[in-house]
Design a protein around this ligand. Structure first.
Ligand code: MN
Length: 249
């Protein structure tokens, strides 16, 4: 059944060949979470993957798009009962976006509370320069039995990683995270049972072109070296982690 690769965070709808990509994931059996940045994009994404065995669509409201899109929180809430996957959501305290940080926190709190209330959601969460704030909010608003969280492109400290692990978080690792020493050292601290892979395409490029879901094969090799397993065993492990996550209700 496919290659067994996992791309748990890819913006498929930002590629000009969105449909071809879905077909490519389907053919190669790459499980792909197609995250969205605005809830208005979700119904179309959901429709395109309706027949897909491997591609799922996430209901998102990206922190970088606030405050312009804050009014779409109501749209996000309206679609939530039909969504199993939520993302991209989270917080961004980078210099360009820190001005909207209070608003981001209000929106993210609402997102987490709605997920907790409905239960059964799997979230892909952005935490650039805001890992502690994200973890504080998860701790306060989303009990572990009410939702599963995958921290996308995690760049926190070792102490923050430990805290995230204790909160039950998974980590989706991309090529950019593991191309430096610091990222690989961090990777070695994460329990292998919580590891997933992602491309974050098209924002990450591989060989001068936007990454495609099948490119997670390269990341699996780097992860394999970092955790001291073979590439095949690491691919199997990540697929098993995904199965475990998806089996959660
Ligand atoms: Mn992203």
């Amino acid at each position: 059944m496919g290659t067994g690769f996992v791309d748990f965070h890819c913006h498929l709808d930002l590629y000009p060949d969105h449909l071809d990509l879905i077909a490519e994931c389907e053919r190669a059996g790459v499980f792909t979470l197609a995250v969205t940045t605005t809830p208005r994009a979700w119904p179309h994404n959901q429709e395109l993957v309706a027949e897909s065995q491997f591609v799922k669509a996430g209901l998102g409201l990206h922190p970088q798009l606030l405050p312009e899109r804050a009014a779409e929180l109501g749209v996000w809430e309206r679609f939530l009962p039909a969504a199993r996957y939520v993302g991209e959501v989270g917080l961004d305290a980078g210099p360009q976006f820190s001005g909207s940080f209070d608003l981001q926190k209000r929106v993210f709190e609402r997102v987490l509370c709605c997920c907790a209330e409905q239960g059964g959601k799997i979230l892909s969460v952005h935490s650039v320069r805001a890992v502690s704030a994200v973890l504080d909010m998860l701790e306060r608003h989303l009990p572990e039995d009410r939702g599963r969280v995958v921290l996308h492109w995690f760049t926190g400290t070792a102490a923050e990683a430990r805290r995230a692990i204790d909160l039950g978080c998974y980590f989706s690792v991309n090529a950019r995270m593991v191309d430096g020493k610091r990222g690989r050292a961090l990777l070695a601290l994460l329990p292998s049972s919580r590891l997933l892979t992602e491309t974050d395409g098209p924002f990450i490029e591989i060989a001068g072109r936007p990454a495609r879901p099948r490119d997670v094969a390269d990341t699996v090799e780097v992860v394999a070296t970092a955790i001291g397993l073979g590439a095949q065993a690491t691919g199997d492990l990540i697929r098993a982690n995904l199965d475990q996550l998806l089996a959660w209700k």
